[in-house]
Ligand binder design. Sequence first.
Ligand code: NDP
Length: 464
Amino acid sequence: MTTYDYDLFVIGGGSGGVRSARVAASLGKKVAIAEEFRFGGTCVIRGCVPKKLYVYASQFPEHFEDAAGFGWSVGETRFDWTKLVAAKEAEITRLEGLYRKGLDNAGAEIIESRAELAGAHSVRIASTGQVVTAERIVIATGGSVNAHAEIAGYEHCISSNEAFDLPELPRSILIAGGGYIAVEFANIFHGLGVDVTLIYRGPELLSRFDGDMRRGLQDAMMAKGIKLLLNDVIESVEKTADGALTTRTRAGTVVVADQVMLALGRHPNTAGLGLETAGVALNARGAIIVDDYSRSSVPSIWALGDVTDRVQLTPVAIHEAMCFIDTEYRGKPTKPDHDTIPTAVFSQPEIGTVGLSEEEAARRFAEVEVYRAQFRPMKATLSGRAEKMIMKLIVNATDRKVIGAHILGHEAGEMAQLLGITLKAGCTKDDFDRTMALHPSAAEELVTMYSPSYIIRNGERVTG
Ligand code: NDP
């Protein structure tokens, strides 16, 4: 029988990598995990976690303003970017420590180095040149930002990686893209007092979301003062003598800003990993091709998370890692389930969503009932903030199953998480109807929309 140095070697210390290494080690396997940067991956170091902390920071000006309607006088306020960056850094360092501790306690060996495949069962550790062998190898190297070198002057632009640690808060920023990152950062910077312009190639932000969410958020962002350049893209970025950046767009607009940030998608991090040497097949986007169990074209090598370009979300990578563990080490073959994933855009207002958009449901089902409520949340009555919340349920008329739920407004993400359980469980609209309302709350709208706002039959809206 062949003997290997390790039962499992994991390349990449992000969400998927750490979870698979830690659990395999806790099951008594001999495990090593290599990471070239910081443990925690994109999510902890320069993604979800610092982003959410910055979202909180950016919400305070609205809280200060709203307080007046409730009788409070808030004195002079001042924001210190350097303090926020330092506090964020302390928190992600704490989390990074917890990731390491978890691995340590489980008995996994931590290797602080880049690692590359040297064969189907072997890995080269870049810092030492040592080649080690493993029965199984997991690649969980995540994704990296698309640099977009075709844009003249792209080297003057930052990505979300740098945005978290800018030496000073810019006075103005131009952000390119209409996806999660562009929209979230536009709102963060706006909340922190930065003059924000967003440029997006399409007619409406967030192309894969429900139309009501897109329109509602876009209107709210414009009303707040975020400038939108739609149906347009950046053509060139030039640095002027005073350090400002002059951007020219295809439609002929010129924007001068302190920073230009590109948020035009991310690609799988597979370059220089020795995948060709080991014979691991990639798709046209450079992602590792995997089967239903996350196994690559080489039977001893698996890939998890963003490097496979399935669904680029932290909980998905963790779920794929647990499925790998169940399949390979617990004798329970388990395919990752990528269906009905709740997700949120942490914009202001926030979007929380699970299941099909109205547009997608109308394409897939013969008859769809749409329940829609738009209202002013209670807090906005006294604060006087012109703010609307939108809630929507999409129902397949044939079996009454709720197949989509979409919320725009405060705590939409929190609600989407719970709605995710109901959709996953296959709840029908009748289950929603017989659920008692919790009063007074915004979420009670979800169980009190008794008649459809309109019906879509064979793709055509027929009522309402
Ligand atoms: P997205 O895929 O969400 O958005 C990319 C944006 O860039 C889209 O608006 C896209 O336009 C646009 N785009 C792509 N290529 C070009 C181009 N050549 N020229 C002009 N525009 C272009 O990616 P992000 O980078 O925002 O985020 C990466 C991933 O990270 C997301 O898919 C998401 O899974 C995850 N993420 C999740 C978050 C969350 O859960 N809250 C937060 C942040 C990231 P179009 O839509 O027209 O294709």
